[in-house]
Design a protein around this ligand. Structure first.
Ligand SMILES: [Fe+2]
Length: 233
């Protein structure tokens, strides 16, 4: 992110910051320092308050600086002095799955999932896809609304913690739910959107109303330009 863009984000978030309860601010200050290691958590592409009210400032802070950061801390500890330290994060996910190194796979996959998750969002995100992405959505689901209904229904139905994915499978788009930290890197599909339905992603804001959270995410904060850029030709 350029310094100009970052400054613009800071300026546009200033008003939103004034709405943050003082009791919420120390959470970030108390966040543990990232653990050293070869796998580094990327910065958020927005400021913590900027996705509210779809996702609150407090949820973003806890989700990013505790849960997501925690996967990197665990991954760096688990891979120390192993063959995995010389791999990319994608390669660690694929290789640890092959080798059935489950703890490494779980943490690597969750680190990867959240890397994709955060950059899919944009404050006041574009309201609808267009171009080739829209054509593929229409061909695969009938309409943009039907795609959202399918993605919401299948993601809501995940039993326990997991993810709902919109993915490209050849020339079609598909919805694929997965459990726990599993993703589609080992399934020869291109991941377009991942919706996190671990309770840490929504419970502070929506309590048990998982479908409301998914609907708000799809309606309000998806950056459809980023989603379109992930399509493979
Ligand atoms: Fe999460």
């Amino acid at each position: 992110m350029s310094s100009i863009t970052r400054r613009a984000l800071v300026a546009s978030a200033a008003a939103a910051m004034t709405a943050i309860l003082p009791s919420q601010r120390p959470v970030l200050a108390q966040a543990p320092a990232p653990a050293p290691g070869p796998f580094v958590q990327p910065p958020l592409p927005f400021l913590e308050p900027q996705l509210a009210p779809t996702i609150s400032n407090r949820t973003i802070i806890l989700h990013y600086s505790r849960h997501h950061a925690g996967y990197f801390t665990a991954l760096n500890a688990l891979t120390k002095d192993t063959k995995y330290v010389s791999m990319t994060l994608d390669q660690v996910v694929i290789e640890s799955d092959k080798e059935t190194d489950r703890r490494i796979y779980n943490n690597a996959a969750q680190a990867w999932n959240h890397n994709l998750y955060w950059v899919t969002f944009k404050p006041g995100g574009a309201k609808a896809p267009s171009g080739k992405l829209l054509e593929m959505i229409n061909a695969s689901f009938g309409s943009f609304d039907q795609m959202k209904i399918k993605l919401k229904a299948d993601t809501t139905a995940v039993f326990g913690s997991g993810w709902g994915w919109l993915a490209q499978d050849g020339d079609k788009l598909v919805v694929v739910p997965t459990l726990a930290g599993a993703n589609l890197l080992t399934r020869n599909m291109t991941t377009l959107i991942g919706i996190d339905v671990w309770e840490h992603a929504y419970y502070l804001d929506y309590e048990n109303r998982r479908p409301d959270h998914i609907q708000a995410v799809l309606d309000n904060i998806i950056n459809w330009d980023v989603v379109a850029s992930r399509l493979k030709s």
